[in-house]
Ligand binder design. Structure first.
Ligand SMILES: Nc1ncnc2c1ncn2[C@@H]1O[C@H](COP(=O)(O)OP(=O)(O)OP(=O)(O)O)[C@@H](O)[C@H]1O
Ligand SMILES: [Mg+2]
Length: 588
């Protein structure tokens, strides 16, 4: 797998987070407020021990801050200390709550923006990419890898605030006793070494877990989309096994990770405990020798308990950062996939195609080894009907997929209105076609919305007119909910013939100048075929049509017949109308 350095990933993350910089800066400033509050925590205890019980003079800043009356008697001073205790805790929690809300808001916003960008990109990726990668991989990257952006962007804030906390506490300790400050400091480099080693070791494991999990998700997705086939062949148990096998691999990897994480935690805690022990040892001796007061030692020990918290934040952030960086890396990998079909920068607009379509020596292959189409040339005048026949697997669907630029030819050119397809804006080009596929795909919404898919906002009358033209109105009207009937996922609640007629209605409504019909009648009975063919001829009227069929009888009304043999050459029927000029191409 290609490795981007962590820095490069971070740079890309920050780039993505740029629109949120104001929120992020606000959050960072707000988080810094925590430092003075945390420093105040042991103050009430110190006042109580040194000034209420003991007879040390009150610290300078307190004498300035407190009104004279408050410091006049011990009991009053104790009340001040006790109230201070409550106040500090209250403020710390309010600050924590605010910071939590602010960071959730910013973080979720960041994730949403990144997910939206990934989804947009995935929709643009070529069919070649989707055919080979499958859907689960992309789903995992969009759903589970994208949030890494918030952990990386906002992860820096706890690190910064933790550093500020750390240094201010060490500063205060050093003001009291520099020896104790040195002991506290000595632990930090040890922790840094531990975390660095951990980071280097863990990264491949995180990557492994993510890949295993996305494989398991892939099994679920594949089985659920093909649930009929799985049931029909009684393969539930095998699929179950496949899923459990994949998931178990993921589980083992996760458990190994937890072990490593736990061991890491042990080392960190042990290191900090040794540091605390050393401070306790040296500190008590300093109190005994009168170098520091008891209250001051209590302040130091209280800081120590908190001193390691920022250090732990560091190491936790480093560990999380590894997992997040891996995720971000995977998400950016998806973005790095170039859409295979690209629109030129100076692509020209196209309102409605009016002229001929020409294939010039077009060859095409899905992969470099097996060419599907080779050296195909023909020309079709606007408005003529082209029948395409050939054995199964000959390349008929591939040929029409080139027209809509689902794929680009490997060599040669396809011209529409005298211009290469690649010179047009992609959206404009695809707008020229209405397509009815071998297996019509509907969306899990109402019939009306499915018909209007190519023209959102079409009026009810338009939808109905299209359905009537497609011979679909009668069966729709007989459904209890009529046009509002929900068709189920991928339209599974309708029969094949019904789905096909809705797809035809969709094509009617789109009213495009060029029509592609890819064996729309393969899955229906003779009666339904007749009904569909009749509707289809109505649709073909006045449009350039490419019609694929196995049975030559279906194609007898076409102006020209392309016969594709072994996906290699195009033989054209001699019964050519004057509107169509064809050059027969030789394969080799
Ligand atoms: N997405 C794809 N990736 C790789 N190879 C493909 C892909 N789609 C089709 N092929 C291969 O390209 C060849 C032509 O397929 P195509 O779908 O164009 O045939 P067809 O003439 O439409 O067949 P049918 O009549 O069965 O629909 C086949 O050998 C097929 O295996
Ligand atoms: Mg086909």
């Amino acid at each position: 797998m290609r490795r981007q350095s962590d820095l490069a990933v971070i740079r890309r993350v920050l780039d993505q987070a740029r629109p949120f910089w104001l929120q992020i800066a606000g959050l960072a400033l707000f988080d810094l407020l925590a430092t003075p509050l945390v420093l105040l925590v042991p103050l009430p205890l110190k006042i109580a021990v040194d000034n209420v019980i003991g007879s040390e003079p009150l610290p300078e800043f307190l004498r300035v801050l407190l009104p004279g009356g408050a410091t006049s008697s011990n009991i009053r001073l104790l009340i001040v200390a006790a109230s201070l205790q409550v106040l500090v805790v209250l403020l710390i929690h309010l600050q924590g709550l605010g910071s939590y809300l602010l960071s959730s808001y910013t973080g979720e916003g960041l994730t949403l923006a990144f997910r939206a960008r990934l989804f947009r990109h995935v929709q643009r990726l070529s069919l070649l990419y989707h055919d080979s990668k499958g859907t689960a991989d992309s789903i995992y990257r969009i759903q589970y890898d994208a949030p890494s952006i918030q952990w990386i962007t906002l992860g820096a804030i706890p690190v910064v605030t933790a550093s500020v906390k750390l240094f201010s506490m060490i500063y205060v300790i050093a003001r009291i006793d520099w020896q104790l400050a040195l002991v506290a400091l000595a632990v930090a480099p040890m922790l840094l070494v531990v975390t660095h080693t951990y980071k280097r070791r863990m990264r491949p494991h995180y990557l492994g877990v993510k890949e295993l999990e996305s494989h398991a998700l892939g099994v679920v997705q594949e089985v659920l989309t093909a649930v009929r086939v799985v049931k029909a062949f009684g393969r539930e148990d095998n699929e179950q096994e496949r899923f459990v096998l994949q998931s178990r691999k993921g589980m083992r990897a996760r458990v190994r990770l937890s072990f490593a994480e736990g061991f890491f935690g042990l080392i960190v805690n042990l290191t900090t405990a040794i540091g605390t022990a050393a401070v306790l040892f040296i500190g008590i001796r300093s109190v005994q020798r009168g170098i520091v007061t008891l209250g001051e030692l209590l302040v130091i020990i209280s800081y120590l308990a908190q001193l390691y918290e920022p250090l732990r934040t560091f190491s936790r952030q480093v560990a999380n950062m590894q997992s997040s960086l891996t995720s971000a890396h995977r998400a950016f990998e998806l973005l790095a996939e170039a859409p295979e079909v690209v629109e030129r920068r100076d692509a020209r607009p196209l309102t409605r195609a009016v002229d001929m379509i020409e294939f010039r020596n077009v060859s095409f292959a899905y992969d470099t080894k097996n060419p599907v189409l080779r050296g195909i040339s023909f020309r079709v005048e606007a408005g003529s009907w082209v029948g395409i026949a050939g054995k199964t697997g000959a390349g008929k669907t591939s040929l029409v997929s080139l027209l809509t630029r689902f794929y680009d030819p490997s060599s040669g050119q396809i011209l529409l209105d005298g211009e290469d397809l690649r010179d047009y804006r992609l959206a404009d080009l695809r707008n020229q076609f209405a397509i009815v596929l071998q297996e019509p795909v509907l969306f899990s919404t109402s019939i009306a919305e499915n018909i209007a898919y190519g023209r959102p906002g079409a009026s009810e009358e338009d939808v109905q007119r299209a359905a009537i033209s497609a011979n679909a109105h009668d069966f729709i009207a007989n459904l209890p909910d009529g046009y509002d009937t929900l068709v189920g996922e991928r339209g599974m609640r309708l029969s094949g013939g019904e789905r096909q007629r809705i797809a035809l209605a969709r094509a009617f409504l789109k009213d495009a100048p060029i029509l592609i019909l890819d064996e729309p009648t393969t899955s229906v009975d003779v009666e339904t075929e007749r009904v569909i063919l009749e509707a289809m001829e109505r649709l073909m009227h006045g449009r350039t049509t490419f019609m694929i069929a196995h049975r030559l009888s279906t194609l007898e009304n076409c102006d020209v017949l392309l016969l594709i043999e072994d996906g290699r050459s195009v033989v054209v029927s001699s019964d050519v109308s004057p509107a169509v000029i064809v050059e027969t191409a030789d394969a080799d």
